[in-house]
Design a protein around this ligand. Structure first.
Ligand SMILES: C[S@@+](CC[C@H](N)C(=O)[O-])C[C@H]1O[C@@H](n2cnc3c(N)ncnc32)[C@H](O)[C@@H]1O
Length: 331
């Protein structure tokens, strides 16, 4: 996250940002990545020739991309930097999806129509999250280990589990833990593969279907996880999901809400810079998803019988991610 959001810093960063977007739009970045997949770096003139670009400006643009760490230069050839390759492999959806979304912003501003409906039909959700969930798993791995260390419980229910990053961390950490995880195919298939890779598959039950429909076989869990799912839902459906999570909890159990929660003043102004940017980025990829304000989420938890909520700091999580622990009191 950029620390300096002043106009001066935007002027400084504008050129590398536009160079990156132009390289994406013209196919220059894709060509470098395709060659990197074959283990090759390419001369500037060869790239310009194959893409029909101006040779001089191609070289100038490539040099700016080297300066900002996107590309590497060696012996007259340009290739992908180690960081670009790592982000393309590990970031949710990869670098190319990120840039496609950014390029859609002017159109979004005019039409209000997102590039993707990641909160669309179940099929659309499944299709998009099959590509994105593994990257989310990489991003949250450290934080998930911290959560599993901080929260007690032997039975864990994970709604919209994705890669399974949060609940599988509990199973990997404690041999008595049993996990029930819900997601859509083909995301659920990847979750099963992750459980096998961790050697915990005998203690993990994966249920395929919508978290609004699925009834877990044993509806009395110590821990119920809502990991980055509330923002996909309208306030009404998010409140319903919170009620379903609370209903699956046993006395003294904990609902864990992980999400980026807004601090809007009620008139729609979002004062926190990283939250303001997250909300706009969400609008690029979803039709009705939204960053719910923290007071709204606390209200849904209280209405579901979970008024006692405390925040948990997860040092390895992205700074804007909130983690709320809502404990059911002893009856
Ligand atoms: C933003 S991802 C979060 C994944 C994971 N919990 C995490 O924090 O990394 C949302 C997940 O919810 C799943 N999902 C979305 N709608 C769902 C539904 N109606 N029923 C079950 N899973 C759903 C998606 O497939 C995706 O894996």
């Amino acid at each position: 996250m950029a620390e300096d959001l002043s106009l001066a810093s935007i002027a400084d960063l504008g050129l590398p940002t536009m160079a990156l977007l132009a390289a994406h739009e013209t196919g220059l970045l894709g060509a470098v990545l395709d060659n990197a997949a074959l283990g090759n770096a390419v001369a500037s003139d060869a790239l310009a020739g194959s893409l029909g670009l101006d040779a001089t400006v191609t070289r100038l643009t490539l040099n700016v991309l080297v300066a900002c760490g996107v590309l590497a230069y060696r012996d007259g050839r340009y290739g992908a930097s180690a960081e670009l390759l790592a982000r393309e492999r590990d970031a949710p959806g990869g670098v190319m999806l990120h840039l496609r979304l950014l390029r859609h912003l002017p159109e979004l501003l005019v039409s209000g129509k997102p590039l993707l409906a990641m909160d669309g039909t179940l099929d659309e959700r499944a299709h998009h999250y099959a590509g994105v969930a593994p990257g989310l798993g990489n991003m949250f791995a450290g934080a998930a280990a911290e959560l599993a260390e901080a929260v007690d419980g032997e039975t864990v229910y994970d709604l919209g589990a994705g890669s399974g990053v949060w609940s599988l961390a509990f199973a990997a950490r404690r041999p008595a833990v049993r996990v029930t995880a819900v997601d859509l195919e083909p995301v659920a298939r990847k979750l099963r593969a992750n459980a096998i890779a961790l050697g915990v598959e005998s203690r993990v039950t994966v249920i395929t279907g919508s978290y609004f429909d699925v009834e877990p076989p044993d509806a009395a869990f110590d821990v119920v996880i809502l990991g980055n799912v509330l923002h996909l839902e309208t306030p009404e459906d998010a409140a319903l999901l919170v009620r379903r999570a609370a209903a699956a909890l046993r006395p003294r159990g904990t609902v864990v809400v992980l999400d980026i929660l807004g601090s809007s003043d009620g008139a729609g102004f979002e004062p926190d810079p990283s939250h303001a940017m997250y909300a706009l980025f969400l609008a690029l990829r979803t039709a009705h998803a939204q960053m719910h304000p923290r007071p709204a989420v606390l209200g849904w938890l209280a209405a579901a019988g979970l008024p006692a909520v405390r925040p948990l700091r997860l040092p390895s999580a992205p700074p804007q991610l909130d983690c709320l622990l809502a404990r059911r009191a002893h009856p």
